[in-house]
Design a protein around this ligand. Structure first.
Ligand SMILES: NC(=O)c1ccc[n+]([C@@H]2O[C@H](COP(=O)([O-])OP(=O)(O)OC[C@H]3O[C@@H](n4cnc5c(N)ncnc54)[C@H](O)[C@@H]3O)[C@@H](O)[C@H]2O)c1
Length: 362
């Protein structure tokens, strides 16, 4: 898989204690990588990172704020990473309204510090900078955003991710374009779902929190559409992009990773599907809390990833929902080996990708 490029390599993940970071850590461990992590904290309770006991499986776990440039530089000097996946961020739109300065500092200056740390590398180092589908100036049109569309953001989180993209590009052109030691690219994925997310103000964790306490869930913006995708989909994109850079391609490029354009569903459709996989009867209510702006319509065009990386989504919406619902049902029915279930889901995903002849799965 991924031409074995991660086997035995020192891979540093920022944001490894988060939802996506924990899945990425587990997958890279399965691929035989030596995984190091940098995170400020454990962002939720429960947390997938703790549930899977990942700190015991990794090489080293650094509790460092990426706002602290000097300490981050020391970590990079100590680890001498061969691959870096930069995921650490303040990723919640509602919190970005409450804490604009902290959000911008972490998402923009944190990315600057990671790029500064990459600049110090003396060995071949691949850097995949993870931003978001929200980095685009969302004009609520019906087409999917292409990598060349205007960056922007009407809320602080989206603006911070658009800014991180601009910074990534200017670092590439200023420092990395004419050399071969540090190779960077950026990745913009859509709304990610899957087992093990307990973040605040995200629709699936909100449902799971309420349903596991036998309460009715209230959902905001039921008709909003999002490019929902299982967490393993963008992760296969990030790992594929890392491979492409390793092979000497994609330098300085940005890629969208999202579901097929016909796989865009509303919040209400998502919640109804999830409900069908929950082990007890549950109720939902349509909420009225629209106190902050969230985009109503958002789609990604992923033709570039298909053309240059040979990457395509693997799962249908119903398979995505089944994997997500089954994971949470297993978690809350206790008596289940959640590491085994999580690894089995990674294996099932890879098998499906292999049946569909996805290049990376070979
Ligand atoms: N989850 C999604 O739907 C989604 C969609 C698009 C993009 N993204 C992006 O993917 C990345 C990961 O998202 P997630 O859902 O796993 O988030 P998460 O909240 O689960 O995890 C965030 C991680 O970042 C770390 N972190 C936050 N501030 C930090 C700081 N100042 N210093 C060091 N570490 C810090 C946290 O400790 C945690 O490990 C983020 O960059 C996010 O913007 C997420």
């Amino acid at each position: 898989m991924f031409e074995n490029c991660y086997k035995g390599k020192r891979v540093l993940i920022t944001g490894h204690t988060g939802f996506k970071g924990a899945w990425l850590t587990l997958w890279l461990l399965q691929l035989g990588a030596k995984v190091y992590g940098v995170s400020k904290d454990i962002p939720s309770n429960p947390s997938l990172f703790e549930v899977l006991n990942l700190s015991k499986l990794m090489e080293k776990n650094y509790q460092v704020d990426i706002g602290d440039k000097e300490t981050l530089l020391q970590v990079f000097a100590e680890v001498r990473p061969e691959f870096v996946f930069h995921l650490a961020a303040q990723p919640i739109v509602s919190l970005s309204y409450q804490s604009p300065v902290e959000t911008i500092f972490t998402n923009v200056m944190g990315t600057v510090h990671v790029l500064e740390a990459l600049r110090q590398s003396k060995n071949l180092c691949i850097g995949v900078i993870i931003t978001s589908d929200k980095c685009y100036d969302n004009v609520e049109w019906c087409w999917g955003y292409k990598e060349t569309d205007t960056l922007g953001g009407k809320d602080i989180y989206s603006g911070s991710k658009g800014a991180a993209e601009l910074i990534f590009k200017s670092y590439y052109h200023s420092y990395f374009k004419n050399q071969d030691i540090v190779r960077i690219a950026s990745a913009r994925a859509g709304n990610v779902i899957g087992g093990g997310d307990w973040a605040v103000d995200r629709v699936i964790p909100d449902c799971i929190r309420k349903w596991s306490a036998k309460q009715k869930v209230e959902i905001r913006q039921p008709q909003a559409t999002r490019p929902w995708q299982h967490v393993l989909e963008p992760l296969s994109g990030y790992l594929n992009l890392g491979l492409s850079l390793f092979l000497g391609k994609s330098f300085g490029e940005s890629f969208n990773f999202g579901p097929n354009s016909n796989e865009t569903y509303t919040v209400l459709e998502l919640v109804n599907q999830l409900k069908s996989f929950w082990h007890e009867l549950v109720d939902i209510a349509i909420g009225t809390d629209l106190s902050f702006h969230e985009a109503g319509l958002l789609k990604l065009n992923c033709d570039k990833a298909r053309a240059y990386l040979n990457w395509q989504p693997t799962l249908s919406f119903s398979e995505t929902m089944a994997m997500t619902g089954e994971w949470y049902s297993a978690f809350y029915s206790h008596n289940t080996d959640i590491n085994k279930i999580t690894i089995t889901q990674i294996e099932a995903y890879v098998n499906k990708a292999s049946n569909l002849n996805r290049n990376w799965s070979r």
